[in-house]
Design a protein around this ligand. Structure first.
Ligand SMILES: NC(=O)c1ccc[n+]([C@@H]2O[C@H](COP(=O)([O-])OP(=O)(O)OC[C@H]3O[C@@H](n4cnc5c(N)ncnc54)[C@H](OP(=O)(O)O)[C@@H]3O)[C@@H](O)[C@H]2O)c1
Length: 242
């Protein structure tokens, strides 16, 4: 996708990967970015009048509907907002597993459903879903999160087929550990949000359907491509190391 002069909406733009992606998109020459946040007061000053703050809680249908009415000129929708409840599916509370599913799967789906009518009026439109490498293999310590993102990955595959004739391309971003609040408790080497954002933008400019924006996700995806059971075996070793 040629990002020059495009209008973008990104959810969860107030911190982490979302915030860094706003900066990287401004550098790439977009015309306008609707920076979505649950609380407008949490948005930083991006120092650029191409950024339009917009209230959007992806689990609140009213704010999603309002956002689609206001941002009716969007060419590129980036579904970045997400939550992670640490814990395995056998021991975590059912509520925490449902919460990740509600945000990462159902919330993202609601945003997509409301914005498709906007996007299909545009000649060169795209949806980007920020998934995770944990959609390719379930990390038991992040069991419910991994499952919610696997559901989002599956949804992305389905709508890619459905929306192609309507002129909307669908991309997934599948990071490994990135140095944001979400990964604070993960004791792993992490890539910065800024490098991740630059690679997301480069992947989009290169029309990559699946974007792996950091060395860890690229390495894990390489193993998965060889034989997906080898990635599961690596996670088994990691999980039972101690
Ligand atoms: N960090 C990683 O290692 C990693 C790896 C793979 C994938 N990801 C994915 O990358 C995306 C961004 O995560 P991050 O690492 O930047 O984490 P983060 O710093 O925790 O940011 C999460 C963002 O999502 C927003 N959000 C959460 N629930 C929302 C809702 N219901 N409606 C609207 N916004 C909501 C948060 O807003 P508030 O400030 O209001 O909470 C925040 O802006 C997520 O989808 C995550 O799953 C992250």
């Amino acid at each position: 996708m040629n990002l020059n002069n495009k209008t973008v909406l990104i959810t969860g733009a107030n911190r982490g990967i979302g915030k860094a992606t706003v900066d990287a998109l401004l550098d790439a020459g977009v015309a306008k970015i609707y920076a979505g946040a649950r609380r407008l007061s949490s948005l930083p000053d991006f120092g650029d009048d191409r950024v339009i703050p917009i209230e959007i809680d992806i689990t609140d249908p009213e704010t999603v509907t309002n956002a689609a009415a206001v941002a009716s000129d969007v060419d590129l929708l980036i579904n970045n907002a997400g939550t992670l409840a640490m814990g395995g599916v056998l021991d975590s509370s059912v509520e925490s597993i449902q919460a990740d599913m509600n945000t990462n799967y159902f919330g993202t789906l609601d945003v997509i459903r409301r914005f498709v009518p906007v996007l299909e009026t545009k000649p060169d439109a795209a949806i980007v879903n920020v998934v995770t490498i944990a959609a390719f293999v379930n990390f038991p310590g992040l069991g419910g999160y991994s499952a919610s993102k696997a559901a989002l990955f599956s949804l992305s595959q389905g709508i890619r087929i459905e929306l192609a004739p309507r002129g909307i391309s669908v991309h997934t971003v599948n990071p490994g550990p990135i140095d944001t609040d979400m990964a604070r408790d993960l004791d792993m080497e992490k890539t910065s949000a800024e490098e991740t954002a630059r690679n997301i933008v480069a992947g989009l400019e290169n029309d990559e359907a699946e974007i792996f924006p950091d060395p860890a996700s690229q390495q894990m995806f390489g193993v998965w491509q060889g034989n997906y059971r080898d990635l599961e075996a690596a996670v088994y070793e990691m999980h039972h190391a101690n």
